[in-house]
Design a protein around this ligand. Sequence first.
Ligand code: SAM
Ligand code: SF4
Ligand code: SF4
Length: 279
Amino acid sequence: MYESFTIILSNWCNLRCPFCLQNATINNGKEVSAESLISFFESGKVAPKVFKLTGGEPLSPQVYEKTKKIVEYAISKGIRTQLNTNGTYKFTGDFDKELLYFQVSLDGLKEKHESLRGNGTFKKTVSFIKRVTKIGYKVNIMQVLQEETTRDEVEEFINFSVNQFNIHPKFQRMAPSGRASGNKEVINIDYDMDEFIENKGGNCRGVKYKCTTPEGKSTQIGIDQHGNIIPCPLLGKYKFGTIFNFNEFKIRQEMSSKLKGCTCCYPDGYKGEVRFGHI
Ligand SMILES: C[S@@+](CC[C@H](N)C(=O)[O-])C[C@H]1O[C@@H](n2cnc3c(N)ncnc32)[C@H](O)[C@@H]1O
Ligand code: SF4
Ligand code: SF4
C-alpha cells in the first residue's frame, strides 16, 4: 500500500519563481477539499505514514485553512508531516514538534535568492527559519541548483546556513517542469556538484538519486491540487486516476509502463528520450 504522500494543496502562491515546477500562480479552477483528502486517507485503500505538504504556498492565507485541517488530521493519526514553504508568511500554529517539520526554500544568499524570489524575500525567510526553530520545529533548508550555480556559491551558502541556523542545507537540481520546462540545459549542471556538496556538509538529491516510483515499486506517490494521482510534483502532467477512483494495482502497472527511466534531474527525458546522468 502507498504510505508516503506528496500533496500539492493548492496552486496559489504569492511569489512567481521563474523555475517553479508547479507554475504556481493563483488557484486554477476548483481545488480538492481537505475533507475529500481526509476521506481518501481514511478509505482503507492507503496506509498513510508520511505527508509532504506543498503547493503553491501552504502558509498563504488563501491556503492555510486547508493546510491546517490536513496538519491537524495528520497529527491526530501520528503521520509525520513535512510542510514546504517559501517562508514569507508568519507561522503561529502550535503543533506537535515531533511530527510536524518544515522544508524552507532558500535559493542562495540575499542577492541570488531575491533575483529569483523577489525583493524583500530573503529577510522574511531568514526570520521565518529563526522563529520556527526557536519555538522547537525542525527545519530543512532546500536550495534549487540553477544551471549557473557555482561551487563557490554553494560553499558560501552551506557555511552561511550552518553558521546562522546550524542547519546543513539540502540541494536539488532544477528540473525542467512547470515554468522551467523550457530549460532543456539543466542536466548540464556540474555533474560532480553532488559529491562536492556532500563533502562540504550539504546534501544533494542529484544525478545519482535512485527513485523506485517509475518502476511502480515505491510506497510514495503524489496528489495534485485537483485530487489527481501523480508520480511526484515534478511529473504533474502524468495523471493516474484520482483519489476518487483510486486503484493501486492499475496505478503501479501504468507507472511502470509509462515512466521507465525517469530521473529527478531530467524527469521528462531529453528530446523525448530519457537518458541517465550527464549528457
Ligand atoms: C514548488 S515549491 C512549493 C513550496 C513553497 N512555495 C516553496 O517554494 O518552498 C516546493 C519545492 O520545489 C522546489 N522547486 C520549484 N521548482 C523546481 C524545479 N523546477 N526543479 C526542482 N525543484 C523545484 C522549490 O524551490 C521548493 O523547494
Ligand atoms: S517555487 Fe514555491 S514560492 Fe516559488 S512560485 Fe513556486 S510555489 Fe511559489
Ligand atoms: S521525477 Fe522521477 S525520479 Fe524524481 S521523484 Fe519524480 S518519479 Fe522519482
